[in-house]
Design a protein around this ligand. Structure first.
Ligand code: AMP
Length: 416
């Protein structure tokens, strides 16, 4: 039997129903912030991700699914594609600030484990064109509100400011000088990072390296008055609006284009994969992709991790609907006649099921029961000649006689 590729999953109807419920809540919430939804192609030119994410990141260096002699790549993230679409379609002409969001699948060649897949879903939002601290606040308030609407309260927003380019360059240089003293004690990965992107060593999960970092220089000591003041303002707003946040001096994001505000929502329930979502400011990306210098900030949340948290919280999702009525037929004439009824009921939004296997009345009844249909209606030659049918309510067993040509009456009984 052929099987799906490792790290992928089928989204079966009951699961999709849950996801659609969440997607509706996301769309409703984003719409209340006046964000507009966007979809971009599943694959883009490989160059977009090399430039937009950075060649030495894990994503670009080892997690991309590329094809056609590496010309194209299945999207491993959505920020670069959204910015590409923003520039290519001149969306900046529509308004100086564009607020866009997406719900999309992405692809990364990772080692699959709980909460980590090769094809997975994210929803995210981007505010393009504003460097006002209110846009930072808005971008954090969106997922905060969505999680709270879903009854999730056990999370903390870890937040940091990694400065502008000048501030960070000075910091990274000092960090490197400090870490060079411990080069021999670092892991192989960290040794490479030390030369390529020392900031990422702050992400380490290795205890020994964590100990080394205790006395490392901190980015906050490199921030100039203007950056500090803006960051303080943001923290004040978050505090006023009851966002549960913690400053985290070591929070740097894996992608190179981040600057200033960076944040991560962390769940206390997810174990090693505790990041529910990450985001931050990326004021340099738009220039990097060929646009005019334009500030921007965004976040992306993993849908599967959100689902895991909801399962752990025993969240009650709405259930798929069962049929309102199952029309049991016997004989060719009844079958044909029943089509008028099913058609009429269905066009009125009543969920109507019939037999597609030419089964006996008894097995159709069994099927109606298995499908948990609310009503059944039995239509055979006798009913056709008398013009009277019985409408049976399944939970009580109550039967009501209805005239066959009074479909209105049937609808009324079903919907009341
Ligand atoms: P990133 O795009 O790496 O900043 O990740 C943003 C969010 O996407 C994370 O916080 C996770 O919730 C989710 N995520 C990232 N990688 C994966 C993956 N391989 N499988 C499932 N979810 C993921």
């Amino acid at each position: 039997m052929l099987q799906k590729p490792k790290g992928t999953f089928d989204i079966l109807p009951d699961e999709l129903y849950k996801r659609n419920f969440i997607y509706n809540l996301i769309r409703e919430t984003l719409s209340s912030f006046n964000f507009k939804e966007i979809l971009t192609p599943v694959f883009e030119s490989t160059e977009l991700f090399k430039r937009g994410i950075g060649e030495e990141t894990d994503i670009v260096s080892k997690e991309m699914y590329s094809f056609n002699e590496d010309k194209f790549t299945l999207r491993p993230e959505l920020t670069a594609p959204v910015i590409r679409a923003y520039l290519e379609n001149s969306l900046y002409n529509e308004s100086p600030v564009k607020k866009l969001f997406y719900i999309s699948n992405l692809f990364r060649a990772e080692r699959p484990q709980k909460g980590r897949y090769r094809e997975f879903w994210q929803f995210g939002a981007e505010i393009i064109g504003s460097d006002d601290i209110l846009s930072d606040a808005e971008i954090i308030l969106i997922p905060d509100l969505i999680l709270k609407k879903l009854g999730i309260n056990d999370f903390v927003v870890k937040i940091n400011n990694i400065g502008n380019t000048e501030e960070r360059t000075e910091y990274v240089s000092d960090l490197k000088t400090y870490l060079l003293k411990f080069e021999n004690e670092l892991s192989e990965t960290s040794k490479i990072r030390l030369y390529k992107n020392p900031l990422r060593i702050l992400d380490t999960k290795i205890e020994k390296e964590k100990d080394i970092l205790v006395n490392a220089p901190l980015i906050k000591n490199y921030l100039k008055a203007e950056t500090k003041e803006k960051f303080e303002k943001l923290l004040n707003i978050l505090q006023k609006l009851n966002v549960n946040f913690e400053q985290d001096d070591k929070l740097v994001r894996g992608l190179d284009y981040y600057s200033q505000t960076t944040f991560e929502f962390q769940s206390t329930k997810l174990g090693s994969q505790n990041a529910i979502l990450g985001g931050g400011r990326y004021d340099k990306l738009i220039e990097l992709l060929g646009g005019k210098p334009t500030p921007a900030i965004g976040f992306a949340m993993g849908i599967e991790r959100l689902l895991i948290i909801l399962e752990e919280n025993n969240f009650t999702f709405p259930k798929q609907k069962n049929p309102d009525i199952y029309i049991i037929t016997s004989g060719e004439a009844a079958k044909l006649y029943s089509l008028n009824i099913t058609n009429d009921l269905r066009s009125n939004g009543i969920i109507t099921e019939t037999d597609l296997l030419n089964r006996s009345i008894k097995s159709q009844m069994k099927e109606a029961d298995r499908l948990k249909s609310k009503f059944v209606l039995i239509l055979g030659d006798n009913e056709l000649s008398s013009g009277i049918v019985k409408l049976k309510k399944m939970d009580t067993g109550n039967e009501t006689d209805v005239e066959l040509n009074k479909i209105e009456k049937i609808k009324e009984l079903i919907t009341n």
